[in-house]
Write a protein that binds this ligand. Structure first.
Ligand code: TYM
Length: 314
């Protein structure tokens, strides 16, 4: 079986962009691949230092994974910080990567354009991600469009390492579904926690209603583009064509129909998550056991790497 790996950063609540762009694929593909899905908690420190919040968000993403249907019997569900070998590997990647190369990263350029005080961690973010991917010998990495370049960086880094130290890493490929590569938010831009335009994956009915009513519509009548785009996550083109031609120009009606579809979709997920939340020790036990397995896999790979780079003496 080919190896599939991906992760979500525990910074606030995942949204339907995370779900349709990436997380749904984790669930759909868990029978076809040897899947390893993790919580990217070390990456979260580029944007937060709030220990209490991090702890809550790690447990939150673990609950989210289980609630959407990831099965810990089929798929390793672990947190990144339980595999400290990734930081060891990240350092080695840092040493064979140049600053001009990393300066090409979209995430770095965005931060620079916003005149942010950029941490070394933010600059280095793609190398930690390369380590996550390569240490597990991953073949495929299901992600949204915004992570495509990061997977390419992992590929380049694998090639470079192999060239210098000998054949060690598999070259991974990203798996991006075209129609959900960039899920739009309520303002029509990419849905993103940092743009404040999200609908949370486990939102309450009231939150969904409020968010949908806030979708930005054009005033030209006809089809409200942003409403339609979000609706296409929940209904087929044929269904939508009928609904939107019957209700042309009736933005409020169309928004209400969309809100109903989102509520119907989210309700069972929310109920399952609430159920799982009643037994947190079980969730922590899953993370702990899977973390040990992921660490053992990474340690075998790291031993091979230490041999290759010449530091294994005994
Ligand atoms: P994160 O937590 O920002 O996002 C999780 C996943 O959701 C996708 N995504 C979207 N897809 C479509 N439309 C959107 N509007 C949208 N917003 C987010 C992201 O592309 C991602 O797949 N760096 C990663 C976490 C990570 C990782 C890894 C992923 C760390 N190491 C190794 C894969 C492999 C991140 O911050 O994702």
């Amino acid at each position: 079986m080919k190896i599939l790996l991906s992760g979500v950063k525990p910074t606030g609540r995942p949204h339907i962009g995370n779900y349709f762009g990436a997380m749904k694929q984790f669930v759909d593909l868990q029978n076809e691949y040897d899947s390893r899905i993790f919580i990217a908690d070390l990456h979260a420190f580029t944007t937060t230092t709030d220990a209490k919040q991090i702890r809550e968000d790690i447990i939150g993403v673990a609950l989210d994974y289980l609630a959407i249907g990831l099965d810990p019997k089929k798929c390793l569900i672990f947190k990144q910080s339980d595999v400290p070998q990734v930081t060891e590997l990240c350092w080695l990647f840092d040493c064979i990567t140049t600053m001009p190369y990393l300066m090409r990263a979209h995430s770095f350029k965005d931060a620079e354009a916003k005149n942010k005080d950029i941490s070394v961690g933010t600059f280095n973010y793609p190398m930690l991600m390369a380590a996550d991917i390569l240490i597990q010998d991953s073949n495929v990495v299901p992600v949204g469009q915004d992570q495509k370049q990061h997977v390419e960086f992992a590929r380049d880094t694998a090639e470079k390492f192999n060239r210098i130290f000998g054949e060690t890493f598999i070259l991974p490929e990203s798996l991006i579904l075209e129609n959900v590569a960039v899920v739009p938010g309520i303002d029509g831009q990419k849905m993103s926690k940092s743009y404040n335009n999200t609908i949370s994956l486990f939102a309450t009915d009231e939150e969904i209603q409020k968010a949908v009513m806030g979708i930005v519509t054009d005033s030209s009548g006809g089809i409200p583009k942003n409403v339609y785009a979000m609706h296409s996550l929940f209904k087929t083109k044929e269904e939508l064509d009928q609904i939107y031609s019957e209700n042309e120009g009736k933005y409020k009606v169309l928004k209400d129909l969309l809100a109903e579809d989102i509520k119907t979709f989210i309700r069972p997920l929310r109920e399952k998550r609430a159920e799982l939340e009643k037994d947190l020790p079980n969730v922590l036990q899953i993370l702990k056991e899977n973390g040990e397995k992921a660490r053992a896999i990474a340690e075998i790979k790291m031993k091979e790497i230490r041999e290759k780079i010449g530091v294994s003496l005994y």
